[in-house]
Structure formats: structure tokens, C-alpha cells
Design a binder for this molecule. Sequence first.
Ligand code: BES
Ligand code: ZN
Length: 455
Amino acid sequence: MLDPVLARIDADMPHAIQRLLALLRIPSISTDRVHAPDCEVAAEWLVQDLRDMGFSADKHPTTGRSMVVGQGGQGDRHLLFYGHYDVQPVDPLNLWHCPPFVPQIEETPHGQVIRGRGASDDKGQLMTFVEACRAWIAVHGKLPARVTMFFEGEEESGSPSLIPFMEANRDLLKADLALICDTDLFDRDTPAITTMLRGLLGEEIVITGPRMDLHSGMYGGAATNPIRVLVRILSRLHDDSGRVTVPGFYDGVEELTPELRAQWEALGFDEAQFLADVGLSLSAGEKGRGVLESVWARPTCEFNGITGGYGGDGFKTVLPSKASAKVSFRLVGRQDPLAIREAFREMVRAMVPADCQVEFKSHGASFASVMDTSDPAFEKARTALSDEWPRPAAFTGSGGSIPVAGHFKTILDMDAMLIGFAMDDDLIHSPNEKYDVRSYHKGIRSWARILAALA
Ligand code: BES
Ligand code: ZN
């Protein structure tokens, strides 16, 4: 059953690449309202592609970006594939070697790569299982299992419509198991099943001082400066050992079990290389914690953007009216995003002087998730992946957040398995994002094997 499907995948790669390039040309940036129509175009493209494969598929409008749901195949086993067709903004544009939405195939010392926004996160990954299904259907006339495809267009902007959509469409989405393709390989040769994801709390603080921007000579010394207020607050969110100072922040954070610590140590992760690859040499995590532990199993508070005053060319002696910062918390274990939001806001309010106002904007809140690896599907998938890649598959953690993983459990009582083929150097969310053609090809082959194993 499987071999002809794998052969078909190999033979069809040039077309599979062309289809991915077509999807990558659509600038479906979800966080930017200007690109809302492009997100609809991407959703329609996917609906059409699924219909071309014989799926019944529809675009489902929400108050934000549309959802795409397709149904195909038959059988006792019902699998749901999740991916997201939206992408991150492309700034800073001047650092791209090619226009982000004019994707290119490039030769590199590690082989060919597909370069463009969304190549890895998540259009390339999403197309791995679409292409695997296409090959099954082409060879056998039908899929070996019942398959639901579920593609979201708001993942990169906090998924505001996801929970209401899932709650309103339980029957449409409920399957035996969700398969999510939005994570990494452990390394070039070692596939991974990600069993832990961090949660995420996104908060924006806006501090307002004087009613309008002022001349910093006329008013400096007399008027409170919101940038000074803001940086003072931000500088107090960590202590000298790198721990976050928000009261109660570590409630629900547990130490690694000795078994998991040993498993991760056996992976032979090269901390120095991981840092060197991005031009660094010192870990900025909590003192005494290794890099892998800091990224996979410890919570953080990071500043993702900061505004205020004059940032343009040259110099301007302005004392601004407003300053703002985007702050995100990655969460682990049973940390409660809503409790942390309240504690954080309370702490900030207490540091704002009487003459300033503070306003908060919320950018999503999701719990961390830990997968139940006792489901036999995990061992089956592990074997299928090990058959495809040079080294056996590993169970890993991940520092990123994929809120839908938790919602599958809480809303649909469905376990999720996270398997992806991205690499640390794919530059997701950065200029020059890429996906290796090898990731794409072996990713498609991996899903064909997993489909065979799970059906
Ligand atoms: N694909 C990423 C998550 C990811 C990143 C998994 C790195 C494995 C390694 C996903 O699309 C993403 O970036 N999610 C956002 C979440 C969000 C709510 C904006 C994230 O993690 O920042
Ligand atoms: Zn993603």
C-alpha cells in the first residue's frame, strides 16, 4: 500500500513545490487589517485545492479571518489535520534578500530551500499533509482513513475566533486524533514528536503622560516622561538571576522529572552551537538552567516591541505624550494565564506615578499543553518517522505556542500529536524565512507513512 504512494510523492515533487509557491505568493498576514482580503484569498485557494483532490471543503467566515474545513476519505479511523495559512508580518523589509511574497527556490550548501514568508511557518508544513493525502488518492483512489482538514487564518495573531468556532462546530471537527504540523525536527536528521508546548500571554502597556508631545527643553525636568516611566517598569520585571518578579508567577511551574531530564540530556543538544548560530554565546535564561530546559520547560517574560518618542532618522528633542511596550509571557506546567495577567497589571499600576495613566490591551492568553504519550498512536508515529529519517524519532519539548493544541482537548476532548519538519535555522517570524526542500519532501513522505500506520 505504502510504497507506490511514496514513489508517487517522489515523482510529483516538482508539482508539489509549484503548489506551495502559489500559496506562498498570497500575502496572508493576519495581524494587519490591510491584508484581511489576502487572508480570504489564501482560504479560497485552500478550499479549491482540497476540492480538486476530491474533498468536500468550505470556507467558514468568522468575525476575523475565515476557517477552512475539508472532509475526505472513509474508514473507522478519523484523523484531523490542523495547520494555519496566516503568516507573520514581514518587517523589517529591507533585510529580505528576496521580496517576502515572491518566493524563490535557492541553492544553499545544505541543499535547496524554498524562501519566502510562511515557507516554514506554516504554509510549507500545512502542505506536507495535503500533498501526502493527494498522493494516496492518486495511487489508491481513496484515503486509508477518514480525514478532516482544519486550517486557521489567525494563529499568528492570537486566534481570537478559534474558541467560538470550535465550540459552534464540534460535530464538524470532532475526530479520534488531531495531528498538528507546526513544529520542528529535533535536528537535521532527527524527527521529533513534540510533547510539551509553552502557553502564551500577550499584554500591551500604554503609558500616557502629558496631553501632547512637548519640547524637552521647555518642559524637560518639569513634565513626567512616559518613556522613563515605561523603562523603569520593564526593568523591574526580572531580578538579577533572570527570574520574573510578577507575584505568584511561578505558581504551577514544576521541576523536570529525573526521567524527562535524562531523556532530554540523551538528545545531545549542543547549547553552544544553538547560541552561536544566532551570533550569541551566553544564555540569558534563569541562572543555573540549561538552554534546552530554559526554552522547553521554563516560563519567560519578554519584550517584543517598544515605542515612544522619535525613532526616525536624525534627532528630535521631544518629550513624548505616550510610550508603549508589547510584553509576552511564555508559560509552562499549570501556570494560569488569567491570574498572571491580573498580577502583572496590578504590579504595573503600582509603579505608574500619579500624573500618568496606564492602559492595557490584551493579545491572547493560552495555557501550556502537555500531550498524553500513552496513546498507542505516539509509538506508531514514532516508528513511522524513524523509518523515514536517518535517526530515530525523539519526544521533545518546544518553546513555541500553538494554542489550538490545548483547545482540542478542552473543547473536543481530542488528543493532539505535534509533528513538524521545520528547523531552527528556518528564520520563522524573521526576514528570509525558508523551508528546506528536503523538509518538505521528507515531511510529505512522513505523513504518508503515519497515515498508513494510524489507519
Ligand atoms: N509555529 C509556531 C510555533 C512554534 C515555534 C513551534 C517554534 C515550534 C517552534 C507558531 O506559528 C507560532 O509562532 N505561534 C505563536 C503563537 C501566537 C499565539 C502568536 C508563538 O509561538 O509566538
Ligand atoms: Zn506556526
